[in-house]
Design a protein around this ligand. Structure first.
Ligand SMILES: Nc1ncnc2c1ncn2[C@@H]1O[C@H](COP(=O)(O)OP(=O)(O)OP(=O)(O)O)[C@@H](O)[C@H]1O
Ligand SMILES: N[C@@H](CCO)C(=O)O
Length: 321
């Protein structure tokens, strides 16, 4: 279960009253997710999701909530944070930061086909275009400095095979980041964790429409290409092997390019960025596996999945920087 902080009806009602959203009609803890405590909140004023943030701080959250607000105002299908009379979107519950955002309709598409990948690709590119005038800045907190620190802490705990892979990939990624080509990649505020379980689809089977994307709490300023690579590594692979499925991958990229064509450098660096994206999630999963939080009641995600994805991407990627 993923309710680390219990929230009662009185807590929820107090927040709804502050936000002018009327009487509470339903409150239910959400089991999915491993980062935060989440609740479905139904009220006179609409259907919402209440999140109590377990690891993120009051300082970090304005960026995430501001990004969701910015994208929602531009018509992108993302949860819109509820705002009080003073313009606040960030509140406190039991001493922890909390926010209420609109609830998306639909459900996850956990076995996406070409049709779903096209919709995701197009929406991702629209998100990338929409942040050109987003004023807040926060780096990707799972970027290179975090990867280096996490790799150093993990290395003594890994098998010889894992350690060799990690050392070699870190070396490659440091070279990549220092290269002139990488430095010319366009950047902006990106989602950075847009896996298939962070999107909703609704409609009849075979004709589902993307109803929205959510969970912006790993967002940060990074290259748009990294964001695209995260999606390709999750939406367009054969899950058991980590192999990239050509039809879904090319459909996702082609749909992306209808909204935001990639430059020649972006095309060239995409395989290397898919390695970066695989490394980022291999590291976070290894970190959760070897250093679980005390209150963690869940089985952490399997790190070996992203080790397989990384090995697959390394077999594909060429090294020209
Ligand atoms: N705005 C939303 N609209 C509809 N459902 C949502 C929304 N936000 C969250 N959910 C539901 O709550 C579940 C848990 O949310 P989420 O995936 O963000 O968990 P988390 O613990 O915050 O993060 P993580 O995915 O990183 O573990 C989702 O799978 C989804 O079903
Ligand atoms: N998407 C991450 C979980 C954190 O959101 C993973 O699959 O490892």
């Amino acid at each position: 279960m993923a309710v680390f902080t219990p929230v009662g009806e009185a807590d929820a009602q107090a927040l709804l009253s502050r936000l002018g959203l009327g009487a509470l009609q339903g409150l239910k803890g959400i089991q999915a997710g491993i980062e935060n405590s989440n609740f479905f909140v139904d009220a006179e004023g609409g259907r919402f999701v209440l999140t109590v943030f377990e690891r993120l701080t009051h300082d970090q959250l304005p960026f995430y909530l501001g990004l969701m607000q910015h994208l929602a105002r531009k018509g992108l299908p993302v949860p819109a944070p509820a705002v009080d009379a003073q313009g606040n979107t960030l509140f406190s519950l039991h001493g922890k930061p909390a926010a209420l955002v609109s609830r998306l309709n639909g459900g996850h598409q956990l076995a996406p086909d070409v049709f779903h990948c096209e919709q995701l690709g197009q929406t991702l590119a629209r998100m990338h275009r929409a942040v050109s005038d987003f004023a807040l800045h926060q780096p990707n907190l799972r970027g290179l400095p975090w990867r280096q620190a996490t790799a150093s802490a993990l290395l003594p705990k890994l098998s010889a095979d894992e350690a060799e892979l990690l050392r070699d990939e870190m070396h490659f990624q440091l070279e990549l980041a220092a290269s002139g080509s990488h430095q010319e990649l366009p950047t902006g505020a990106v989602h950075a964790d847009l896996f298939r379980d962070n999107a909703m689809f609704e409609g009849l089977p075979g004709r589902e429409q993307l109803s929205g994307v959510f969970d912006f709490y790993f967002a940060g300023v990074d290259t748009f290409l990294f964001d695209l690579a995260v999606c390709l590594n999750d939406w367009c692979i054969d899950l058991p092997t980590g192999r990239l499925e050509e039809a879904r991958a090319s459909a996702l990229v082609a749909a992306y390019e209808t909204e935001r064509p990639l430059s020649a450098t972006e095309h060239r660096l995409l395989p290397a960025l898919m390695r970066a994206a695989a490394l980022r999630f291999w590291l976070s999963r290894l970190d959760d596996w070897h250093r679980p939080r005390e209150a963690e009641l869940l089985k952490p995600h399997d790190p070996r999945h992203f080790e397989r994805v990384l090995r697959q991407r390394r077999a594909l990627a060429w090294h020209a920087l």
